[in-house]
Design a protein around this ligand. Structure first.
Ligand SMILES: Cc1cc2nc3c(=O)[nH]c(=O)nc-3n(C[C@H](O)[C@H](O)[C@H](O)COP(=O)(O)OP(=O)(O)OC[C@H]3O[C@@H](n4cnc5c(N)ncnc54)[C@H](O)[C@@H]3O)c2cc1C
Length: 434
């Protein structure tokens, strides 16, 4: 079929943008729930998302009850979706979403349109590149992100350098060490700008195992080299500048949700997460569009995103069957039915979902997910108007996930706002910008 401009149009029940773990699990679940026509649109030549180029374990424990490498896990997710009858369209990029659910896609055969009753955006995250980090110096070869490094090594079998510096200490930075060691590359240093690593503390032993010095409170100030990288200048713990010889730089982490399409579709974007604003069903400000996986917030593991996608698939199926609490198409009216969560403490980095459709009946997400910007000790408090309805003492770590149960909202009406605050145990335990 073609529209009036003779652009081919395909019709389906649900179209999912992105064939990573969250998109694949959402599609598989939709088919299991009896939804007939489910299409995944994936811009790469293979589906599977980021795990396709994470050639190391551990993946798949939650989903397949065994330890797998990223590529094996990605292939298994694709097989499972295909067995359920999901139509996966590769080498196909979505370039626009209309408010009525029409997608404009670019395929090797040209531009076409997909019309769907519901759209799920599952486009994941990207890492902050050098340009966005404003690192000064020359522009030689061999400066990369972990994602680009992994695709060079695992997918193209290229070795870009032998002795790089790794910038950052999020989980993905340790994945970079794993990738390097497996490819015969020996990182010469790892730099972290705060006082501690930004992931589970036992990971700090990982660089030591491979004799990679880990510099805390240190950042890269300049990259040296004409054609190729020859070194970096760093500012160390004492504020002194020092040179490190190296032949490459890996910028890791500082993820940003891949929300360009959500932006183009005119969806409300949360300045804290960088992803679309959602309710407890993953529904965006346009109720025909849902979002799932790492697009919701930077950044979770594959297993977590897989489960988010599966849940979102079930909620979209319920929505198509008229079982989800309905919201009006008019945004102002639907906002009147929902509670917004405002972040009062500058220590709180983000909260997802950002709105709760009321009355809360226990369906949808079970928790609000919180992240902190840095280590801090004290009490996390949820207020409804000025009334405290939940509190918890905690020793928060940056990037660690904190969950607030949503069942506490069961007897609450929609008259006021939810406020999330943090009371520090003492001022020394909560220094912003530590
Ligand atoms: C470099 C890097 C390394 C990581 N390493 C690990 C690890 O070792 N272990 C772990 O558990 N997690 C890791 N993660 C986290 C990772 O994001 C999750 O594991 C998981 O891949 C998230 O799944 P997702 O489906 O939300 O997104 P993704 O896996 O990112 O999938 C998104 C998909 O959307 C597609 N897409 C985007 N835009 C469009 C468009 N316009 N049109 C069509 N298709 C589009 C992309 O091509 C991609 O396939 C890593 C992340 C990064 C960036």
């Amino acid at each position: 079929m073609s529209d009036k401009n003779s652009v081919p149009v395909v019709h389906c029940d649900v179209v999912i943008i992105g064939g990573g773990p969250s998109g694949l699990s959402a599609a598989t679940e939709l088919k299991k729930q009896g939804i007939a026509n489910v299409i995944i649109v994936e811009r790469e030549a293979d589906a599977g998302g980021i795990p396709r180029h994470c050639g190391h374990p551990p993946f798949g424990m939650r989903e397949f009850s065994r330890v797998m490498t990223g590529p094996g896990y990605a292939r298994a997710l694709v097989r499972r979706a295909e067995r359920c009858g999901v139509d996966i369209r590769l080498n196909t990029s979505v370039i626009n979403i209309d408010p009525d659910g029409k997608l404009q896609v670019s395929t090797p055969q040209g531009i076409s349109n997909i019309m769907a009753d519901r759209v799920i955006i599952a486009t994941g995250v990207r890492e902050k590149p050098r340009s966005a980090r404003l690192v000064s110096g020359t522009r030689p070869l061999a400066i990369t992100t972990v994602g680009a490094l992994q695709s060079m090594i695992y997918l193209k079998h290229l070795i870009p350098f032998r002795r790089p510096v790794i910038v950052g200490s999020e989980l993905v930075s340790f994945s970079a060490i794993w990738t390097c060691i497996g490819a015969g590359i020996k990182p010469v240093a790892m730099l972290e700008k705060t006082k501690s690593i930004l992931t589970f503390w036992p990971s700090q032993w990982f660089p030591r195992l491979f004799r990679i010095p880990l510099f805390y409170q240190s950042s890269i100030v300049e990259i040296l080299g004409k054609d190729r990288v020859t070194g970096v200048v760093i500012s160390d713990q004492s504020g002194q500048l020092r040179n490190i010889k190296c032949d490459g730089v890996i910028f890791s982490g500082e993820f940003l949700p891949e929300s360009s399409l959500a932006n183009k579709a005119g969806l409300d974007i949360d300045p804290h997460t960088g992803g679309p604003v959602i309710d407890q069903f993953g529904r965006c400000s346009n109720p025909g569009i849902f979002a799932t996986g790492n697009l919701l917030r930077p950044v979770e593991t594959a297993g977590w995103c897989w489960r988010e996608g599966k849940n979102t698939g079930a909620w979209v199926a319920d929505d198509l069957k008229g079982k989800l609490p309905q919201v009006k198409n008019n945004l102002t009216q639907s906002l009147a039915q929902s509670l917004a969560i405002s972040l009062e403490s500058p220590l709180i980095k983000l909260a997802v979902p950002q709105r709760i459709q009321m009355p809360y009946d226990g369906t949808g997400m079970k928790h609000i997910q919180i992240r902190f910007l840095q280590s801090c000790k004290g009490q996390l408090i949820l207020l409804y108007g000025s009334r405290v309805i939940w509190r918890k003492s905690l020793n928060a770590k940056p990037e660690a996930r904190v969950l607030i149960p949503l069942h506490i909202l069961k007897n609450i009406s929609v008259k006021d706002q939810l406020h999330l605050d943090f009371q520090c145990a003492d001022s020394s335990s909560c220094h912003l910008g530590e």
